[in-house]
Design a protein around this ligand. Structure first.
Ligand code: CTP
Ligand code: MN
Ligand code: MN
Ligand code: MN
Length: 376
């Protein structure tokens, strides 16, 4: 039924919200290099160059064919000189010397290690690097360093948290979240968002959006949920951020703004049935009680009022690049401001309500893009 249309490079939109990007990436060779370049610029807080490479990566992820000559990218958006240089070298040499240099760069290597710890961002990494610290061992050895509660948890559960969360683990945690939420609010809607909603098979965390349809609100829900997990011994870490949303507040124009929902960044203890190795263990005298039978898992819980649910769902489903482009498109092409709470029409000076993601795309005159097509 779906006819293959001829591919016209000049018709490709510069906004990923006007493209359909699945997880079938034919240009991984290029996009991996771009993402290394982008991350290095992020570590240097050069947002312009960082976004340039992220936008280019997102265009190549969308391309339905692998790039094999420079002619293949002719007419495509977001292909600046810096980007073209990397592409040209990968075509000719099979790899990018610039990306390789970054991977071997001392500063990049340190920042990569530091930011792999939960609670450590670019700012903290910068501070540690300036102090002459280079590796995670350096950090652990420096007893004068004041670590936040979040960073302490990050180091404590480091090995579990750097290993990816599988779909099976996401499903297991999803059951726990649904059960606990429904104990307090039987009608509550619990939706997996983030990468798993986009169809990814692994993730660095699991994101849940919670809302309660109907009139009954419960501002205490999140506190009740984490208190129960504490009692059950399932909660390894939790940081609840209270909502700072003000009625009718203007949507944020910032492309990477934090939203104002009540939320919780948590680490849950997921108990895993241990593999039965008894026939080996008896002979080797390994005490089964010492075998760790659980895994620490990062979980984000977001609470949204029902009338903001569609906006929250769209924002928290990502990808981050897809969200950035939606907001940029809204402002520049529609004179509208979109954030995770609302959509504001600056010409009509009104808020545009939406009960579903489809309605938000329609307000923006965009064709609907399914969650699994938002892997920009
Ligand atoms: N997000 C947001 N506001 C935040 C944090 C995240 O709107 N303060 C959005 C981002 O756009 C992101 C999505 O929520 O796409 C989920 O965030 P995150 O868990 O960081 O990324 P994922 O896409 O789920 O990827 P990963 O597998 O690494 O978790
Ligand atoms: Mn996620
Ligand atoms: Mn992430
Ligand atoms: Mn998350």
């Amino acid at each position: 039924e779906s006819e293959a249309l001829p591919f016209v490079a000049s018709k490709v939109s510069q906004y990923s919200c006007q493209r359909k990007t699945t997880l079938n990436n034919c240009n991984k060779k290029f996009t991996d290099a771009f993402e290394i370049m982008a991350e290095n610029y992020e570590f240097k807080e050069n947002e312009i160059f960082c976004l340039e490479f992220l936008r280019a990566a997102s265009v190549l992820k969308f391309l339905p064919f692998p790039v094999i000559r420079m002619k293949d990218i002719q007419g495509l958006p977001c292909m600046g000189d810096r980007v073209r240089d990397v592409i040209e070298e990968i075509i000719e040499e099979g790899e990018s010397s610039r990306a390789k240099e970054v991977l071997n760069d001392e500063r990049y290597k340190s920042f990569k290690q530091f930011t792999s710890v939960f609670g450590v961002g670019v700012k903290t990494s910068e501070k540690w690097y300036r102090m002459g610290l280079r590796t995670l061992e350096d950090i652990k050895a420096d007893k004068s360093l004041k670590l936040s509660k979040m960073q302490k948890a990050g180091f404590l559960y480091y090995e579990d948290l750097v290993s990816c969360v599988s779909k099976a683990e996401a499903d297991a945690v999803s059951l726990i979240v649904r059960n606990t939420v429904c104990t307090f609010l039987p009608d509550a809607l619990v939706t997996i968002t983030g990468g798993f909603r986009r169809g990814k098979k692994t993730g660095h965390d699991i994101d849940f959006l919670i809302t309660n349809p109907g009139p009954r609100e419960d501002d205490d829900l999140l506190h009740k949920v984490v208190d129960l997990w504490k009692k059950q011994g399932l909660l390894l870490y939790c940081d609840i951020i209270e909502s700072t949303f003000l009625k009718e507040q203007m949507p944020s124009r910032k492309v990477d703004a934090m939203d104002s929902f009540q939320k919780c960044f948590a680490i849950l203890k997921l108990c895993q049935p241990r593999v039965d190795n008894s026939c080996y263990n008896t002979s080797k005298n390994i005490d089964m009680a010492e075998v760790k039978d659980w895994k620490a898992i990062r979980v984000d819980l977001i609470i949204a009022p029902f009338e903001q649910y569609a906006f929250a769902l769209l924002g928290w489903t990502g990808s981050r690049q897809f969200g950035r482009d939606l907001r940029r498109y809204a402002i520049h092409e529609k004179k509208m401001i979109l954030d995770n709470h609302a959509l504001y029409d600056r010409k009509k000076r009104i808020f545009l309500k939406a009960r579903s993601e489809e309605e938000i795309f329609a307000h923006l005159d965009l064709d609907y893009v399914e969650p699994w097509e938002r892997n920009a």
